[in-house]
Design a protein around this ligand. Structure first.
Ligand code: UT7
Length: 298
């Protein structure tokens, strides 16, 4: 392919990513779940709800969440399990739905998992160098943490970021193979991303009456180093407040925020009483943010 390591690193910040050869989305989701269950110090039987955010499920049905339920050996447990597709904002959407469900359920397993390599056109240098496979998971439970949410979507009429696949009879009539590959207008997505990441952060700050000075860490969707640094610059915030691991994982779509959160936590970058903003954007077009306030509004 006509590309170079230098171009990829300079234009994106990505120097490696993972491609799954043998494990599907539910396998990665299952592995991430085991770690989340261990970290949360609960028994797997305590889980009441499983939500998987993905746009690359193993199959159209059953849902990846049901496959994870089976892998966890919870077939006979009463569990509310379903997938959601919010593209790269999927984990944020799932997290927000889960937090609303906490009034009815005690332990909610929220997973972002993708084998996005399945929908990559390996001949398209403008997309295939960006994405990687992976999964991250969290357990949400009841507590004093305050959450402030913002979510939005704008129906994409310009086809700036999309993957076809399941066309109607048109394909048969035209005798053309349908394409399920991801394709995008990179520059348009770039501009959109900078605008909505900033807007989404400002929304949750306004809701919580906090400023960026009160925030310990921002965990953005890991798409491109330059997108994130533009946002930091526009907000006049030091880039070090924005956590990044895209250099190792690339863009793992719905998995990027939970993987980044888990790594930041392991690196000691999230204080026990910290305030963290999760913020993302993706195809749809979708975007949003959640402010996690572990100081309980103090
Ligand atoms: O989860 C959301 C997913 N999407 C995104 O986050 C994408 C947002 N957009 C981006 O990250 C950037 O727009 C890209 C990384 C996709 C592209 O970077 P860019 O700086 O916007 O480059 P460009 O599209 O303006 O292209 C500049 C040149 C073009 O060549 P010409 O026309 O100037 O001759 C491209 O063909 O770079 C070329 N190019 C490449 N060259 C080497 C595009 N991809 C590559 C590549 N290697 N992999």
């Amino acid at each position: 392919m006509d590309t170079s390591d230098k171009w990829i690193i300079q234009r994106t910040g990505i120097s490696s990513r993972y491609v799954s050869e043998t494990e599907n989305t539910s396998d990665l989701a299952y592995q991430a779940s085991l770690q989340a269950i261990e970290d949360a110090n609960i028994q797997r039987e305590d889980i009441d709800v499983i939500i998987v955010a993905t746009m690359t499920p193993d199959c159209m049905t059953p849902s990846t969440a049901c496959l994870v339920q089976a892998k966890l050996g919870l077939n006979d447990c009463p569990i509310f399990a379903f997938d959601i597709n919010g593209a790269c904002s999927g984990f944020l959407y799932a997290f927000q739905i889960a937090s609303d469900l906490l009034s009815r359920y005690e332990h909610i397993l929220v997973i972002g998992s993708e084998t996005i390599s399945k929908m990559i056109d390996w001949n398209d240098r403008s997309t295939c160098v960006l994405f990687g496979d992976g999964a991250g998971a969290m357990i949400l439970g009841r507590g004093a943490t305050q959450l402030y949410h913002y979510a939005n979507s704008e129906g994409d009429t310009q086809q700036v970021l999309q993957a076809d696949g399941l066309s109607l009879v048109q394909d048969l009539q035209n005798n053309e193979p349908s394409t399920h590959y991801l394709n995008m207008k990179g520059n348009d997505v770039f501009r959109f991303a900078v605008k909505v990441l900033k807007e989404s952060i400002e929304h949750v700050l306004a809701q919580s009456n906090l400023t960026m000075d009160d925030i310990d860490l921002v965990i953005p969707h890991q798409a491109n180093y330059r997108i994130i640094s533009h946002v930091a610059k526009k907000m006049k915030v030091d880039l070090s407040k924005f956590y990044m691991n895209l250099q190792e994982f690339g863009n793992t779509s719905a998995a990027s925020i939970p993987i980044a959160y888990a790594m930041a936590q392991r690196e000691g970058k999230i204080p026990a009483n910290g305030r963290v903003i999760l913020v993302g954007f993706g195809a749809g077009l979708t975007y949003g943010a959640t402010l996690i306030d572990n100081r309980g509004g103090q």
